[in-house]
Ligand binder design. Structure first.
Ligand code: NAD
Length: 279
């Protein structure tokens, strides 16, 4: 069993990002990322802080637009439209989830597709489905980059994605399909989850449920990617996979923390630099 070490790879990508930013700055371009943060969800604040710190270390200019949870949808969209026009901003990120009175899709669709570094705009979603040049969501592209680093080619593999959200599972499915994997995608209404997971050479799980995937649900020698982030009662982070019992059966597995998580932020920096190059 080999660990897929996202922490080390993310550090390598961030080092490269720093060099790329330095050379862009020599050409007079400072990549800029704007983050919209609404309300006071502690997890969202933590994620935004991590993103700001990563930008700072890389030399990317970042600005966080923090707004109260009772802000109107019009005001949010007005702020986004201002950033769409701001030539110093290359990427715009809307920290999710948004408060219940806000129509998330309307807000995401107000971001210019050229600045949509999270890949959530229907323009980019459509291009991803068609396997055309686009911004794709950072977590699933982080998974693809991690597989590539370990020379794991999903072509022809039986893969199973558990979790079918717009930001994790669905784009993961499309990225795998674009690499010619056979993709099975499961969600809360899947009748017999184990029936699907047991067939997978490559099992990717992004649900948000501790120990959802147990040893009996995994094929011998499978590659297991755990996207889930859950907090245990003792405050420690853990994934969706029962790592201790599943790992001995795997050929490769990601740890939580230190697997997919650090890759997500690294890919956000990479997408922001790509957007700046297209300025
Ligand atoms: P979400 O709640 O939007 O979606 C969860 C998905 O899991 C849904 O498709 C749902 O149908 C499915 N699901 C729920 N219970 C299930 C069950 N018992 N069996 C099978 N499927 C089930 O969540 P999300 O935003 O996609 O995030 C999923 C997980 O990934 C969370 O733990 C989140 O914290 C984590 N996450 C991690 C990163 C990272 O950087 N590592 C990034 C984004 C999300």
């Amino acid at each position: 069993m080999q660990i897929l070490d996202g922490k080390t790879l993310a550090a390598k990508i961030r080092k490269q990002a720093k060099e790329d930013v330095t050379s862009l700055k020599e050409k007079g371009i400072t990549p800029g990322l704007a983050v919209v943060l609404i309300g006071d969800d502690p997890a969202s604040h933590t994620y935004v802080k991590m993103k700001e710190k990563a930008c700072e270390e890389t030399g990317i200019y970042s600005i966080a637009h923090k707004m109260p949870s009772d802000i109107s949808q019009d005001k949010i969209i007005e702020t986004i439209e201002m950033m769409n026009l701001n030539p110093n901003i290359d990427g715009i990120l809307i920290q999710l989830p948004l408060p219940p009175h806000i129509d998330t899709q309307k807000v995401l669709q107000s971001v210019s597709p050229q600045k949509d570094v999270d890949g959530f705009h229907p323009f980019n979603v459509g291009n991803l489905v068609l396997d055309l040049d686009c911004f794709a969501p950072c977590t699933p592209i982080g998974v693809m980059r991690l597989l590539e680093e370990y020379n794991i080619d999903p072509k022809g593999m039986d893969t199973c994605v558990v979790g079918a959200s717009n930001i994790v599972g669905k784009p993961m499915m499309n990225l795998l399909l674009n690499k010619f994997a056979t993709v099975d995608i499961c969600h809360i209404h899947t009748k017999d989850l184990a029936e699907h997971t047991k067939r997978a050479d490559l099992l990717i799980v992004g649900v948000g449920k501790i120990n959802l995937i147990t040893e009996d649900m995994v094929k011998d020698g499978a590659i297991v990617i755990d996207i889930g982030i859950n907090k245990r009662e003792n405050g420690k982070l853990t994934g969706d996979v029962d790592f201790e019992n599943v790992a001995p059966k795997c050929s490769y597995i990601t740890p939580v923390p230190g697997g997919v998580g650090p890759m997500t932020i690294a890919m956000l920096l990479a997408n922001t630099i790509t957007a700046a190059r297209k300025r």
